[in-house]
Design a protein around this ligand. Structure first.
Ligand code: FMN
Length: 318
């Protein structure tokens, strides 16, 4: 059997891992709008997952059959927990495992995790090797990273290309840049040449500031990469993976209907208010936007204390 990365179109489009956003509920809503070729879970901590208190972390690896193909994104500190988690991902039927080596959040980096690995290649290699040991042979193995820590550092990209990965996903900013400057797409042709020289079988995916499928197609064509990953583009347009998005013409009623679908699925997935309603507030601006008195309605909806109340309010909107 082929790995998922060998079955994707060129270019393929992936939904980015988005912590506290791209859970199974939102992934299903987006997939029903226009399904990306590949989905990723939110980043999931392997040390929490392999601890006695793993219950709170487990929901991050929940997915529905309709979300396939889906890859689990993991992060953490202890190489052996990466192996155990990779084994668990195999049992759960994930198409692959992706290592987060790009997250710039302070407490994560302080702990030597994620983007801190850019400056600790020995540890990065130990994590890569340990994860690989837990994967099934048809599972795709990838790393998502940035182009350097303080400065652009293509030796890091070269190092990763030497690891025989199935896919390398590059968010075209340094860690220090956070999301404050435009993504450096101008560097992608050089990175692609490195890939062609060092690791031709590794699929190369670009990420950063892609806001439409058309823009992604153009960038893929210009740079010769295999795939495009889109994150925040879904906040502006849930149909971002469509060639021709209908979102601009969506009426107030249609937008509310889509938010209702999201909330209903949330209630079904996390029954008895087992997940706080504030999670839903993050999505309010996506749907409740671009029509008369949207701001007032948002304020009202965001004051709801649980998801049932929110659904009731949405049902009563004229
Ligand atoms: C709210 C939010 C949560 C994120 N969570 C993750 C995550 O869990 N794992 C990860 O690799 N990147 C995460 N990112 C980074 C995105 O996946 C992506 O690399 C970044 O937003 C740039 O792409 P974009 O311009 O298409 O959004 C997150 C970004 C945002 C805005």
């Amino acid at each position: 059997m082929k790995k998922i990365v060998d079955k994707l179109p060129k270019p393929f489009f992936a939904l980015a891992p988005l912590d506290d956003v791209s859970d199974t509920v939102f992934r299903r809503v987006i997939s029903e709008c226009t399904k990306p070729d590949l989905l990723f879970t939110e980043f999931t901590n392997v040390d929490a997952l392999q601890s006695a208190g793993r219950g709170a972390t487990l929901r991050r690896l929940d997915f529905d059959e309709s979300e396939r193909p889906i890859i689990a994104q993991i992060w953490g500190k202890t190489p052996d927990n990466f192996k155990k988690t990779a084994e668990e991902c195999r049992e759960k039927g994930f198409a692959g495992v992706d290592l987060n080596m790009g997250c710039p959040i302070k407490h994560v980096v302080k702990n030597g995790c994620c983007s801190a690995l850019i400056n600790d290649r020995g540890k990065a290699k130990a994590i890569i090797d340990s994860t690989r040991a837990g994967l099934g042979k048809n599972m795709a193995f990838s790393v998502k990273t940035r182009i350097g820590y303080g400065n652009v550092d293509l030796s890091w990209i070269e190092f990763l290309l030497e690891q025989e990965l199935d896919m390398l996903i590059i968010h075209l900013r340094t860690v220090k840049e956070m999301s404050k400057v435009p993504a450096h797409w101008d560097l992608m042709p050089e990175i692609r040449r490195l890939r062609d020289r060092i690791a031709p079988p590794t699929k190369l995916v670009g990420n950063g500031d892609v806001m439409s499928r058309r823009q992604g197609e153009k960038l893929a064509e210009e740079t010769g990469i295999d795939g495009i990953m889109i994150g925040r583009g879904v906040f502006q347009d849930p149909f971002v993976f469509a060639g021709d998005s209908p979102w601009e013409d969506y009426s107030k009623a249609e937008k509310i209907k889509l938010y209702k679908k999201h909330v209903e699925l949330f209630i079904k997935t996390y029954p008895g208010n087992s997940r706080p309603v504030v999670i839903l507030n993050k999505f309010c601006k996506i749907y409740i936007n671009g029509f008369d008195r949207a701001r007032e309605l948002r304020e009202e909806l965001m004051n709801c204390t649980n998801a049932d109340e929110l659904l009731e309010k949405l049902n009563s909107v004229k």
